[in-house]
Design a binder for this molecule. Structure first.
Ligand code: IVH
Length: 704
């Protein structure tokens, strides 16, 4: 259903519409500021806000107490104190089809060095669509409850958690310290009741149970939470002073004995075949469970194996979430806009007649690239049986979880007679520069670099985003304003703002939305970020293919900006030790390495980075806690066959003890671990007089 024109709304419709907009905007705020997962674009956000303001202007008496126009997109949870998690709260990697589950099993076997016939069991349980919560018990008493936040630091919601009936206040027979983790959720029935109650008294209604659960738990007034029917399933744990059990199922049974609710659909599976059967079983029951789930989580059952498998930067290797298929809806494609991104990519965006897909109103969807619109994949093969997509078409929209919706299919039977094939632009719609498509690249890119305002603005927006500089008061909108005013043309200009305008606060003050206080707050917030973590700086540069977790890996690997910087310069020829060292980082592939090294060696880009870095005090990256580790800071090379563990496991283990694992032997190598069949590397090590150990010697050194 399309948004009805504001002029045409009746009073009742306007009231409903204000409620709906308030919900959507609150959700967007939460998703953006608190949940790590923006679910609508900035443009959409602005459109919703504008519509809300227009309706309020016409029906002033209907303006809500919680009107979104009174809120400035700040985190709704401001006011909760922060809690540092003793053990990081992880997320899960995702699987979408059966093959991914075979791959998951195969990679675990490989890592653990198990053969196909060795027994390896998994638990399978529903993935609850709520929000995760960590409960800390000391001496059997609940002392703290915290949301996940960014995984390292969450919000202290202890008072709220105490109001939830499923969460025991005291435990008997628990380890001295026990952190229980699980999901807070709301049942369908309770959600419907709550919304009915809310609308009966003119209050805010929620778009779905997950929102309702999040909004209810994160109330500053715990008495409101008390009135909301929240529930909790325990499925995991954080810090422990004594192990709960030897296996995942036993540990869950133990949590149940301690008084927690655990999911009754948890079962043990012997391998991929049984996992998939369990998945189908749960999928069948999905509609009648009475609460939202969005997939099935599989976990390696043996906790000893879990410990060996350990974690990647944000996800465990021993678990995976098998998501249910995406949700679909049909609607009209009204137009195709071309957006220019941070890296110059021209991205076609479908503007759709708004349609509800899985409880969320969708009015924009991605069309990927020009081939996709034309009905081809990047290799020129037909997709959608070769059907192209045209403005005016009736299209199928697909949305899975938090990902951006996409146009998946087109109904040729409903194509308007005058619809014409879409002509993809060959010049940048923002700056007019040629838009070039290089061989092998699916994407056409604007060649304007920083002279293209769209690229420059997107780069700046990325720079101030949450995982990068995260400057309070300097969001996408302000960046655009400053760019248009000519105040901030490149990253370094942000840190010059005060010098330029400190005396000119007047100028800023006169701008819409700025007062003396907010201007000073902004300058303070900028100053606060002059001292910043290395991983954030690397991420902030906005280099293609270098995301948040890769940036953190790079930071941990190189430690300091100057080491990182000189390594990137040394790696310029894309061969030699610095290049090999970069590629040896688990999680850095060739494509990312090439992109990183070329960006860091590109003259104009380098000059701009140098100007930025000159303003900063970049903190040394936190290395894994390696107190007392005999191999901390040592460079280790593994060669030959390892018999007690796989290469990947050996490498991860060594790195977790603070060692640097390299692929080639040089003077800088400290230890070479040589298994049977080791050849030239072992020889070279001996020539250089390095310490050479066999696998047992290595295990002895690191304590087994
Ligand atoms: S285990 C270290 N089990 O899904 C592993 N997570 O997408 C921690 N979730 O942040 C997670 N149901 O909030 C696990 N049965 C389940 C779950 C579950 C829902 C959530 C959890 C996590 C998110 C990751």
């Amino acid at each position: 259903m399309a948004d009805k024109a504001v002029d045409a709304l009746s009073e009742n419709e306007a009231r409903d519409e204000l409620a709906r907009l308030s919900d959507l905007l609150a959700r967007a705020n939460r998703a953006y500021h608190a949940e790590d997962a923006p679910d609508i674009s900035d443009a959409d956000y602005d459109r919703l806000k504008r519509r809300n303001a227009e309706i309020e202007a016409r029906f002033a008496h209907l303006k809500r107490q919680d009107s979104p126009s009174e809120q400035v997109g700040a985190a709704p949870a401001e006011g909760f104190s922060k809690v540092r998690h003793a053990v990081r709260m992880m997320s899960l990697s995702n699987a979408f089809d059966d093959e991914d589950i075979d791959d998951f099993d195969a990679s675990i076997r490989r890592y653990l060095g198990l053969s196909d016939s060795d027994p390896l069991r998994y638990t399978g349980e529903p993935k609850i669509d709520g929000l995760s919560l960590s409960l800390r018990y000391e001496h059997g008493r609940l002392i703290q409850a915290a949301t996940r936040g960014d995984g390292s630091e969450g919000e202290n919601v202890t008072a709220n958690a105490r109001t939830i009936a499923d969460i025991p206040d005291t435990l008997s027979g628990a380890p001295e310290v026990l952190e229980v983790r699980g999901e807070v959720y709301m049942s369908h029935a309770d959600f419907a009741d709550l919304n009915a109650r809310q609308s009966a008294r003119g209050g805010k209604t929620f778009a779905n149970p997950r929102n309702a659960a999040a909004g209810s738990l994160r109330q500053l007034d715990a008495n409101i939470t008390r009135d909301r029917p929240l529930r909790f399933f325990a499925y995991s744990w954080g810090e422990l002073t004594a192990p709960l059990a030897e296996t995942q199922v036993q540990a869950i049974a133990r949590l149940k004995d301690l008084g927690f609710q655990t999911n009754p659909l948890t079962s043990l599976c012997d391998g991929p075949e049984q996992m998939l059967a369990h998945y189908r079983q749960i999928e069948k029951q999905r509609a009648t469970l009475g609460y939202d789930i969005d997939g099935v989580v599989y976990k390696v059952n043996d906790l000893g194996f879990q410990a060996r498998l350990g974690f990647r930067s944000t996800t465990p290797r021993w678990a995976i979430a098998h998501k249910f298929p995406a949700e679909l809806a049909w609607t009209r494609l009204e137009s195709i806009d071309i957006q220019v991104g941070r890296t110059g990519a021209l991205s076609p965006v479908a503007r759709l007649t708004p349609v509800t897909v899985g409880g969320v109103v969708v009015s924009n969807a991605t069309l990927h690239n020009e081939d996709y619109i034309a009905g081809r994949d990047s290799e020129g093969n037909e997709i959608r049986e070769g059907k192209d997509i045209r403005v005016g078409d009736w299209v199928q929209v697909y949305r899975a979880g938090d990902v951006i919706p996409k146009v998946a299919d087109v109904d040729l039977g409903k194509r308007p007679k005058d619809a014409k094939p879409f002509e993809f632009p060959t010049t940048c719609p923002e700056c007019g520069s040629d838009a070039i498509r290089e061989e092998g690249d699916a994407v056409r890119r604007c060649s304007g670099g920083m002279i293209c305002p769209a690229q420059a603005i997107e780069k700046l927006k990325h720079l101030v985003s949450r995982a990068a500089f995260d400057i309070e008061g300097l969001g996408a909108k302000q960046v655009e304003q400053f760019y248009t005013d000519g105040w901030v043309k490149e990253p370094a200009d942000i840190f010059d703002l005060k010098e330029k305008f400190g005396s000119g606060i007047q100028q800023l003050k006169n701008r819409e939305g700025w007062g003396e206080k907010s201007a000073n707050n902004l300058f303070d917030a900028i100053d606060e970020r002059r001292s910043i973590a290395l991983g954030r700086v690397i991420f902030a540069l906005g280099i293609r293919h270098v995301g948040e977790s890769a940036s953190n890996l790079l930071a941990r690997h190189y430690g300091t900006w100057s080491v990182f910087e000189s390594a990137m310069l040394e790696a310029a020829p894309m061969e030699g030790p610095a290049w090999d060292d970069l590629l040896s980082i688990d999680g850095v592939g060739k494509v990312m390495a090439q992109s990183l090294v070329s960006a860091m060696n590109q003259e104009a880009e380098r000059a701009s980075i140098d100007r930025l870095v000159a303003h900063l005090n970049i903190q040394e990256a936190e290395r894994p806690a390696t107190d007392g580790s005999p191999v901390a800071g040592k460079t280790v090379v593994f060669t030959g066959t390892l018999e007690k563990m796989s290469r990947a496991e050996a490498k991860a283990r060594a790195e977790s003890l603070g060692a640097k694992v390299s692929g080639s032997v040089s003077k800088k190598t400290d230890i070479v671990v040589a298994g049977p069949g080791a050849g030239s590397k072992e020889k070279k090590a001996q020539e250089l007089g390095l310490t050479v150990l066999d696998e047992d010697g290595w295990l002895e050194l690191i304590g087994g």
